[in-house]
Write a protein that binds this ligand. Structure first.
Ligand SMILES: [Zn+2]
Length: 197
């Protein structure tokens, strides 16, 4: 495989410089955009759930075990979300990613420098893969348990607001960038203009 078709580099190639840093936790404006997007996605997906699934007339207490299971399942989902990022990081870089979890966030990070298209796939993998899975399972699930998977679907889109924002930003960048994602902040590198020889 030659340089230009490799999906990721293990070290920053000669001629590349830091072009932009995306740190959603530190940048107040980006943090606000992502928080608003997260709430909008949560509301829209929930509203769609009420549109496609009529209330079967279940009693209020029938929803209690669903809500408890949904909260427990959401913690499992957080791990599955980061796993989806991590598996694609590993696939494209052939390098082990690292994972972390704190009270505020969970992350998958890598030391590799990813090319644009592979990085866009890494960013979008969890929301697409788990979105399809939860949607399919929810539609096949009868009764009140539909809401367990619909809750996960809503959480999947809402929780991926940061990923969607990063996807949108990176997709508008020049094609020859390299992205390093340590799990918390993304550093985008671009080739600087070489002086004529
Ligand atoms: Zn993510």
């Amino acid at each position: 495989m030659n340089q230009s078709t490799k999906q990721a580099e293990w070290s920053l190639p000669e001629g590349y410089d830091l072009y932009r840093t995306i740190d959603l936790a530190k940048n107040q404006k980006e943090n606000t955009i992502v928080s608003v997007l997260s709430l909008v996605l949560l509301a829209v997906v929930f509203a769609l759930g009420f549109l496609i699934r009529e209330d079967p007339g279940a009693a209020g207490e029938e929803y209690l075990p669903v809500m408890v299971a949904a909260l427990a399942a959401f913690f499992v989902y957080i791990v599955l979300h980061e796993a989806a990022h991590g598996i694609f990081m590993w696939y494209f870089s052939k390098q082990k990613p690292h994972f972390g979890i704190s009270l505020q966030y969970a992350y998958a990070g890598s030391k590799a420098y990813f090319r644009k298209i592979p990085y866009l796939i890494i960013a979008l993998a969890p929301v697409v893969i788990w979105g399809v899975v939860f949607l399919a399972v929810a539609l096949l699930t009868p009764g009140v348990w539909f809401w367990l998977f619909w809750f996960l679907l809503a959480g999947n889109f809402s929780g991926a607001a940061g990923d969607l924002y990063v996807f949108w930003q990176v997709s508008r960048m020049q094609p020859d960038i390299l992205v390093q994602d340590d799990g918390v902040a993304m550093r985008v590198y671009a080739p600087f203009a070489q002086p004529e020889a």
